[in-house]
Design a protein around this ligand. Sequence first.
Ligand code: NDP
Length: 453
Amino acid sequence: MASYAERVLKQVKKANPNEPEFHQAVTEVLDSLKLVVDNDSRYERAGLLERLVEPERVLMFRVPWVDDKGKVRINKGYRVQFNSAIGPYKGGLRFHPSVNLSVMKFLGFEQIFKNSLTGLAIGGAKGGSNFDPKGKSDGEVMRFCQSFMTEMFRHIGVDTDIPAGDIGVGSREIGYLMGQYKRIRNEYVGVLTGKGLSYGGSLVRKEATGYGLVYLSEEALNARGDSLKGKTVAVSGSGNVAIYTCEKARQLGAKVLTVSDSDGWIYDPNGINIEVLKQVKEVERGRLTSYAERVKDCEYHPRGEGKVWDVDCKIAFPCATQNELDEASAAKLVADGVLLVKNGVKYVAEGANMPTTVKATEHFLHNSVIFLPGKAANAGGVATSVLEMSQTDTRLFWSFEKVDRKLQAIVKHIFVSIDEASSRYGMPGNYVVGSNIAGFEKVADAMMAEGVV
Ligand code: NDP
């Protein structure tokens, strides 16, 4: 007979057809959790997995807005409030044409375990829209954000649900969303994170996801008597996570050779010039072709002409989007010995959420690659969001060093938890299993304690 975890997975696929990303995320988590739940009948008696895979609430709404030509436009809005067992819902908003219910549910589900891993009291959620901010004027983005918040405001709150940014939602969008919330509610509260520094934001929040990714990677390397110093690194993406991954990796002595966007990628043998990258992406909201025009000796490859994973490097940080690193790329990295670091350690850490396909992950694990999954590796962002919430609530403003120290302490805690859980379940160094189990344990305890709700 199929095990408890297998039966629940089958039911998830049947009850949620046409949601491949959600199936993928649940499959990966339940595959680890069977080590815990299949040997303890309390979980099945409590219907724990059945409750865990069903969002507490899914909100879908119309977002009407008017473009610069006066044309009425309609987008879909979502907020998936997945699990509040350990605290108020928390998770980003994504504005990208690829957003649909499956993507929202996969991200919300992942967020439950990620938030738990931080050791902080926050539940899991995700939201967003199929709106594409790219190519829109500031006025159009503002009108869209105001319309989005005009529906979402009634479902969120400082003790209920605190959204943040994600793909396509940066400081500009958070500013417009915050302005509209304040206007509707007539109260100034920290209901969003990723706010600008002049109105309740936190130092280090912008950098936190990329920095956290590199800090966790350094922990994993240090545990093996190694470090980032002198290593060559491939990064994908060139947004918030990618930029600050490049910055921290360079600060720790590594050389970042690549970045990408949806039109193409850069190979820079001298190391990515972060100042130029920030100017192109953060200031001008431009394309990487502008980077190539300004930086001597780099190569620009349009989409379809190879991949960042083809470059000779020691460490890979996928930081763009889901399923961007497939089995063929994984096989290439491993077979070429590209990932071989000193002492035979091989090493990949996910900045994005689920950027590695199931088969690619299996390939890495099979080949003894040290693989840090997104729910642990990119948790520095949401952790620093909680530090931002503390500051907004107390009307205090902490120094960069203070927030950075707290972020580093949280990342250390994450590494110890996932490392310990992987050993406790007989798979030392398997951080997929370690992250899923360590993230699950606290949520499961809380769900048991709170009864059937
Ligand atoms: P940004 O919007 O700032 O940047 C996203 C980057 O990825 C851009 O370079 C973008 O290129 C590229 N990209 C996005 N979608 C695609 C696609 N379908 N194909 C190819 N390239 C793509 O987002 P973030 O940096 O904030 O987020 C990146 C990843 O990190 C996401 O998976 C997100 O969920 C995850 N994450 C983010 C956190 C944060 O704090 N921001 C926290 C934890 C996880 P282009 O500009 O051409 O679209």
